[in-house]
Design a binder for this molecule. Structure first.
Ligand code: ATP
Ligand code: CA
Ligand code: CA
Length: 292
């Protein structure tokens, strides 16, 4: 089947969600075989408008180019695009960047899209999914467009951002617990961890088996979000000597893997969490003795 590359952009409403919705809709048009990262880009042409979110997708499709363009325009309309002006703000823009090796030059359809080379916001996502463009991106484009950078993971997931903000707010108050629920009855509860200390704070040293107190201070690594804890394999053994930075596990929240990393040298004195255990914000996960 022919492979088409589709470029997507949005800068109105929830732009990330609009681009993600468009990608979902493209699955009706063909087989989506690759999706780029999401990028934030400075507006092109008309500068006084919000930043754009851009992405590119490879689509295996049996639709010929013109029918594909019509389908893209129908998706744009369904997602709420209303006519403005060229390069003006839009809920969604979906362009055919290329269609196999096809060369089309008609008043309402030009393929490959003439803007590819000049626009970093087209080239950068395209390079994620088509290595031929990675070379072009490296060798430099004729920069008509400004900054274009991949979105941080947390910027992509609005819910994760809100959850993290909520947890931070909670941590800054004296509340003991906080429950948030939606209309469907889904709820999350945050509880202040019973065991105190700020991450990295010094605590009283743990008692050693011979009854003496270790002179080292102990760092407590705590969960910095609500999620499921996973330990790295092999599971870090208590007593293990940690040299440099080492990943001890990760907390999975809303499908995102958030590494838990021990920084610097020390000795692992306790693993306070089981693999696969649900953890709350501020819950201690590991204790590490630091030799002064
Ligand atoms: P640009 O084409 O410079 O990115 P734009 O995306 O802002 O500008 P639109 O207003 O979305 O422009 O589209 C204008 C017209 O461009 C469409 O009606 C469509 O017929 C035409 N067009 C030509 N070539 C393409 C292509 N490869 N993909 C999508 N639309 C195209
Ligand atoms: Ca466009
Ligand atoms: Ca367009």
């Amino acid at each position: 089947m022919p492979i088409a590359a589709i470029g997507l952009g949005s800068n109105q409403g929830d732009a990330v969600a609009n681009v993600q919705r468009a990608i979902e809709r493209l699955r009706e048009v063909g087989k989506v075989t690759a999706v780029s990262r999401l990028y934030r880009s400075a507006p092109y042409g008309v500068r006084e408008q919000p930043d754009f979110i851009n992405a590119a997708v490879l689509l295996d499709t049996s639709l010929p180019p013109r029918a594909l363009l019509q389908k893209l325009q129908a998706i744009e309309k369904d997602l709420g695009r209303r006519p403005t002006y060229r390069w003006g703000p839009r809920v969604i823009d979906a362009d055919i960047l290329y269609y196999d090796e096809a060369r089309i030059d008609e008043p309402d359809l030009v393929v490959p899209h003439p803007g590819i080379q000049q626009r970093q916001f087209v080239l950068a996502p395209l390079a994620d999914i088509d290595s031929r463009y990675a070379d072009q991106l490296r060798s430099g484009y004729t920069a008509e467009s400004g900054e274009c950078t991949p979105l941080m993971l947390e910027e992509r997931d609005d819910l994760a951002v809100r959850l993290r903000r909520l947890a931070k707010t909670f941590d800054e108050t004296d509340l003991i617990s906080l429950r948030v629920s939606d209309e469907a009855g889904n709820a999350i509860e945050l509880h202040r961890a019973a065991r105190g200390g700020v991450e990295g704070a010094q605590r009283e040293s743990p008692e050693l088996s011979d009854g003496k107190r270790e002179s080292a201070s102990v760092d407590v690594i705590k969960a910095n979000l609500v999620g499921i804890a996973h330990l790295v394999k092999p599971v870090p053994a208590v007593g293990a000597q940690l040299e440099g930075d080492r990943e001890l596990g990760y907390v999975e929240a809303l499908g995102i893997r958030n590494p838990v990393v021990a920084r610097g040298a020390g000795r692992l004195v306790s693993v306070l969490v089981d693999d696969g255990q649900a953890v709350e914000y501020g819950q201690p996960l590991f204790e590490i003795a630091r030799v002064p």
